[in-house]
Design a protein around this ligand. Sequence first.
Ligand code: GAP
Length: 514
Amino acid sequence: MANHDDNLLRKIVAHAKEYGFVFPSSEIYDGLGAVYDYGQYGAELKNNIKSFWWKAMVQMHENIVGIDAAIFMHPTTWKASGHVDAFNDPLIDNKDSKKRYRADVLVEDHIAKIEGKISKEVEKAKKRFGESFDEQQFLTTNGRVLQYQEKIGNINDRLKASMENGQLEELKTLIEELGIACPISGSKNWTDVRQFNLMFSTELGSLADGANTIYLRPETAQGIFVNFLNVQKTGRMKIPFGIAQIGKAFRNEIIARQFIFRMREFEQMEMQFFVKPGEEMEWYEYWKERRMKWHSILGMGDDNYRFHDHLNLAHYANAACDIQFNFPMGFKELEGIHSRTDFDLKAHEEYSGKKLQFFDPQENKSYVPYVIETSIGLDRTFLAVLSASYMEETLEDGSERVVLKIPAALAPVKVAVLPLLKKDGLPEKAREIIDDLKFNFNCQYDEKDAIGRRYRRQDAIGTPYCVTVDHQTLEDDTVTLRDRDTAVQERLSIRDLNERIEALVSINTLLRKL
Ligand code: GAP
């Protein structure tokens, strides 16, 4: 696993731009905050992640179907879902630096600093006690650690209370009492805390006709809820069943940094699983396990994932957790798994006046199903893949390389076909091979520069296999197949290439492990 630090994130951002994965949006105009464009390799990687998710969800579950709802929805949708009234972040400005922050994040960062102090105490004690060190015992008995923990507990309680009750003055008091300073100006000269709704709005129709304000959806989930009956009836779905969707979502994020981790326009892959009330906890556990398995089979290191239970549950949830990934900035949310009760469907029933219920023939009655939701950010998954796969290595021959060890099934280009020389009929033979492989794989042809430099270029974009065509190829129809990760080459017949590469790079090979 690559070394995790800010420096690594900077390297990934630079590499992603240099090699056509991610560009700042409208860069010729100096970009747009927290909006990014995916380049030629980025688009391929993104498509492969989508396909891996879609196949795992829809194709591999008889009782899950996929839809593609519109981004614009009737404005009442967002009233019913609670987003108009409650999809807010508490904002605070520093009067000296004029920088804007999320008030709750300032407090959370402060808590993280105290947690850092606890980690330091643990490290010190580890060194002091060596083999005999018992971390659990230390955490529950060391006086200084207990003091830090108590402090964190108090801050958390006050943060939770002020957020839940919308007590913005209390949040400001907390920031002042903790002595939190602006990271830019170093001053503690804060404005009051204000609520800021994260939804983008626009007008539908011409202003002259009395246009309606509508929102760009902040989550794809509501497109699924409002179509619950349409899909259930037309698909003759029986509970339990799921509806999956991949699509854009928009949030006017206040703190938009950390590259594609937090964007204003991003993509979600969401699945709502409708279950019988009372059975939701069983399904919640099932989906936790299934989703973690999906991450695990990518082979990016099980240690890089962990569950993080939500202690402060949203009003509609009766259980919720995140799957966190070890990003260069540390463990952060990659996916959310939520038991959302019947909150959304009931709210839409109330606001629309239409019944959104399932008639259960076994029970001989109708009910509003409960929902387990799995919601993962496509862009965050993309960043997770780049973070886990970016490596700087020295090869056996002493040469240096930057390589993206992207899981082969997700790699943008699966195979590069390289004639050793630009003459003697080798380019023609290489083209012949591509003409056969291109129906199954995204291939690339490259004849420029020495073969070593061409391998480096493929390493940098994460191509898992390079086929090299040399003079022996012309004699016996064999080529060398070079493995990106080990740099080991083997000779095999052109006849076997398709099948061999298929087994190594196909999404289906991964899915069989699910
Ligand atoms: N329907 C539930 C929902 O939207 P969420 O935790 O707000 O829940 C789900 O978002 C996932 O969407 C997150 O785990 C994250 O991966 C992704 N996500 C949320 N906001 C994002 C943003 N501003 N930029 C990129 N990804 C984001």
